[in-house]
Ligand binder design. Structure first.
Ligand SMILES: [Zn+2]
Length: 258
């Protein structure tokens, strides 16, 4: 039997198991492409044709190509269900459920909580809908045996603290780091967590295992996996960082109380 786990595909994209379901988060599958503002330098570690059936595609935001690209949208549309911010459902497809931070829904016995995320400096200018950069949601998934946090593009440690307080310790966390930076946005200030912040988040969440994504394959990710690893070791949480390479299945660490 397949041991429940996860497969890093590159950028923010992870194929993973939770409950009885197969999930994908922020699907990106385009080959190396220059999109103008953003440039992708490597293709996915797994091709679309090799993915197999997907139960749920989670989309933190559809506005940016490094979170949802052309082939990624095709994958999201091919999943049985998709979950995204409300205003993204029109793009993602008729099978998409919209969620705003604070809302939840249940699919196949797994509760999907949408949680807030701030995609830039906390004091950054807000758009007309009140969001820094754009609306982004993170996710907390709760199955019978596992609690997973998927951060989406977020820089706010206060949000992570609120999530830890509300939900309790995480079994696993998929954290978008890479210290994304684009000169034209907020004067190049980080749009996603640094490795040091991801390590801090791991501590706050009391996470047993952390998978850091959103730090490969794109020019605007200014910190890579080596920076992330160093930051976790320096923060004294090197043991919770999973280092399974892109394109290989890692396994969720079993709950010691099970
Ligand atoms: Zn983004």
């Amino acid at each position: 039997m397949h041991t429940p786990g996860f497969l890093l595909i590159g950028g923010p994209t992870v194929l993973f198991d939770c409950g009885e379901l197969r999930w994908i988060s922020d699907p990106t599958f385009d080959p190396p492409t220059d999109y103008g503002l953003l440039r992708k330098t490597q293709g996915p570690a797994v091709e679309v044709d090799d993915l197999g059936p997907i139960d749920v595609a989670l989309i933190s935001h559809h506005d940016h190509r490094d979170n949802l690209d052309t082939l990624g949208l095709h994958v999201a549309r091919g999943a049985r269900h998709a979950v995204s911010p409300h205003h993204a459902t029109a793009v993602v497809g008729e099978h998409a459920f919209g969620l705003a931070a604070g809302e939840h829904l249940v699919i196949g016995g797994v509760t999907i909580h949408a949680v807030p995320a701030i995609h830039g400096p906390e004091d950054g200018a807000r758009d007309e809908r009140g969001f820094v950069n754009c609306e982004v949601i993170g996710f907390v998934l709760e199955s019978d045996t596992q609690r997973l946090y998927i951060s989406g593009d977020n820089t706010s440690m206060d949000i992570v603290r609120d999530i830890a307080e509300r939900f309790g310790p995480c079994d696993g966390a998929i954290i978008h780091a890479g210290r994304a930076s684009v000169p034209s946005k907020f004067a190049g200030q980080p749009l996603s967590m640094t490795g040091a912040q991801a390590a801090q988040a791991a501590t706050i969440l009391r996470a047993r295992q952390v998978v850091v994504v959103h730090n490969t394959q794109w020019v605007h990710f200014t910190e890579g996996p080596d920076d992330t690893y160093r930051a976790f070791v320096e923060a004294g949480v090197g043991d919770v960082l999973d280092t399974t390479p892109l394109g290989q299945w890692g396994t969720w660490r079993p709950n010691p109380s099970d």
